[in-house]
Ligand binder design. Structure first.
Ligand code: SAM
Length: 432
C-alpha cells in the first residue's frame, strides 16, 4: 500500500524508535513512524510525510490508550502543535523507560551489546520543578514576519505562537519573550545562568543587511528587555549590546564563566551530575595524564585537574573560540591544564599531546570523529568516559571501540531533557 500525505490510517504502535516516535508495521505496507502515540496503543494517525521506505504520521485519535498515557500539561504538545516536546503524553517514569529502551535498542543494533539501561532522574525533577517542567535554561524562540516570537512546529519552519513554554526555567519565562513583538528579528534566544541568576538574550536580526546596519538596536527597544545582558548575533559573531556577554553557571561546587554563544548543559542539574559520573568513570589519581576532548567551557577538565594534581596533566581540546577563552579562564588556577583550540581530530593528528591514561569526550550529536576513535585506541589510554547526547552515534562509536580492544564497563543515562526524547549518557570503557 502507498501512503498519501494527509490521509488517516488506523495503526497499532508497536515499539518505541529513536527520536520520539513509535513504530507501526501495517501488514504488507511500509513501516510508519508515529508521533504522539505510545507503545501498545491503537490509534488513528494522520500521515505527515512519505518517503520511498517509510511514512511519518501523528496520532490524532487514541482508540485504546496505554496505562502510561497522561494529558499533556502544555496545550501546544499535540498533533500539529509545537515540535519541542515528544513525550508530554506519557508519565515521567514511562518517558524514562522509553529512553532506556531506545538506548538498549541502539546498543544492540549498532554495537552488538545487550545491556539493560536505567535512565536516572536528575536532582530537582519532580520537586523544585513540577514533574519535569521548568528546567530548560536556554530556549530559542523563532520570530514570524509579524514580529511574534514562538516555537517551531515539528519538522517544520512554521512558528507556533505560545504564551509560555512549560519546560522553560522560570528565569527564562520571566523574560516574557513571547509577550512582546520583535520587528526585524529572526530569532531570540533566552538564557539563564544558574550561578548568579542573571539572564541573557541573544537577538539575531532578520536580514544580513539589517545586522550590518545594527537595525536590531533601532527596531527593538532594548530598554524594554529585562535581561541583564543583551547580545546581537550576526553570523558567528556575537556582539554585546548591553551588559556582559557571558553567564555564570554552577556545577561541581563552583561557578563557571560561559559565553552566551558557548555550550553549557541546559538542565540546571545536568552539568553537576555528568561531572560526578565522569569522575566516577575515570577514577583519576595524582600524576595522571588526562584528555578532555570537545571540552567546551572546561567542565570535565575542571573536575579532573585537582584530582590529577601538579604532577599530572590535563589537556582540553575545543574548536569554538569563545568556549576556549572560557575554558582557559575557568581553569586558570591549575597551571598543569592546557586548552588547545581546534578541531579534535586535527589537534590529535598534529600530535604533541601528553600520552593520556584517562580520557573523556563529549562530542556534538554527530559523535566521535574516526581519528578520535583511532587515537584513543592506540596505547596507552586505559579508561575512557564517553558523554553523549545521541544514543545512535554513541552505540556506533562503542561498536568501533569494542572492535579495537575496549570493553564496555558501565553505562549510565540521565534524564537531562524531560518531556523530550533527548537523553544524556555516560559510557565507561576500559582497556586492560
Ligand atoms: C556537547 S558540548 C560539550 C562541552 C563540555 N564538555 C560541557 O559539558 O560543557 C560539545 C563541544 O564540542 C565542541 N566541538 C564541536 N565540534 C568540535 C570539533 N570537531 N572539535 C573540537 N570541539 C568541537 C563544541 O563547540 C562544544 O563546546
Amino acid at each position: 500500500m502507498v501512503y498519501l500525505p494527509g490521509e488517516t490510517l488506523e495503526l497499532t504502535a508497536e515499539d518505541v524508535a529513536n527520536g520520539g516516535w513509535c513504530v507501526a508495521r501495517p501488514p504488507g505496507s511500509p513501516v510508519v513512524f508515529v508521533r504522539h502515540a505510545l507503545p501498545g496503543e491503537r490509534v488513528v494517525a494522520r500521515v505527515t510525510e512519505v518517503t520511498s521506505k517509510f511514512a511519518r504520521a501523528e496520532a490524532i485519535r487514541i482508540l485504546s490508550a496505554s496505562p502510561d498515557r497522561v494529558d499533556p500539561p502544555c496545550p501546544h504538545a499535540r498533533p500539529g502543535g509545537c515540535g519541542g516536546c515528544d513525550w508530554q503524553h506519557a508519565t515521567l517514569a514511562a518517558q524514562r523507560a522509553l529512553k532506556a529502551a531506545v538506548i538498549g535498542q541502539q546498543l544492540r543494533r549498532l554495537a552488538g551489546v545487550d545491556r539493560a539501561v536505567t535512565v536516572e532522574a536528575l536532582p530537582g525533577d519532580g520537586a523544585a520543578t513540577a514533574a519535569g517542567l521548568g528546567w530548560r535554561t536556554r530556549v530559542q524562540f523563532a520570530v514570524r514576519d509579524d514580529g511574534v516570537a514562538g516555537l517551531r512546529a515539528h519538522r517544520s519552519h512554521q512558528v507556533i505562537g505560545i504564551d509560555d513554554c512549560l519546560i522553560a526555567h522560570p528565569a527564562v519565562s520571566g523574560l516574557a519573550v513571547t509577550r512582546r513583538r520583535w520587528p526585524g528579528v529572526a530569532s531570540v534566544e533566552a538564557l539563564a545562568g544558574a550561578g548568579q541568576g542573571e539572564r541573557s538574550l541573544i537577538i539575531t536580526p532578520a536580514r544580513k543587511r539589517d545586522a550590518r546596519a545594527g537595525a536590531t538596536d533601532r527596531s527593538v527597544s532594548i530598554e524594554e528587555v529585562t535581561a541583564e545582558s543583551v547580545v546581537r548575533r550576526a553570523g558567528h559573531r556575537l556582539t554585546p549590546v548591553r551588559g556582559r556577554s557571558y553567564l555564570s553557571q554552577r556545577a561541581a561546587g563552583r561557578e563557571w564563566r560561559v559565553s552566551a554563544g558557548a555550550f553549557w548543559q541546559v538542565h540546571p542539574a545536568a552539568a553537576d551530575a555528568l561531572a560526578a559520573a565522569v569522575l566516577a568513570a575515570l577514577r583519576p589519581v595524582a600524576g595522571d595524564a588526562a584528555l578532555d576532548l570537545y571540552c567546551g567551557a572546561g567542565l570535565f577538565a575542571g573536575v579532573l585537574a585537582p584530582a590529577v594534581g601538579p604532577d599530572g596533566t590535563v589537556t582540553g581540546v575545543e574548536s569554538e573560540a569563545a568556549a576556549v577563552r572560557d575554558a582557559r579562564h575557568n581553569l586558570r588556577e591549575w597551571p598543569w591544564v592546557r586548552v588547545r583550540r581546534g578541531d579534535a581530530a586535527a589537534v590529535l593528528r598534529r600530535g604533541g599531546l601528553p600520552a593520556a591514561r584517562i580520557a573523556v569526550a563529549d562530542p556534538p550529536r554527530s559523535g566521535l570523529a574516526r581519528e578520535v576513535v583511532e587515537y584513543l585506541s592506540s596505547p596507552p589510554a586505559e579508561r575512557f568516559a564517553y558523554v553523549s547526547c545521541d544514543p545512535a552515534t554513541l552505540a556506533r562509536d562503542i561498536g568501533l571501540l569494542l572492535a579495537r580492544g575496549w570493553t564496555l564497563a558501565g553505562l549510565r543515562a540521565f534524564d537531562a531533557f524531560p518531556m523530550t526524547h533527548h537523553v544524556e549518557c555516560v559510557a565507561t570503557l576500559v582497556r586492560p
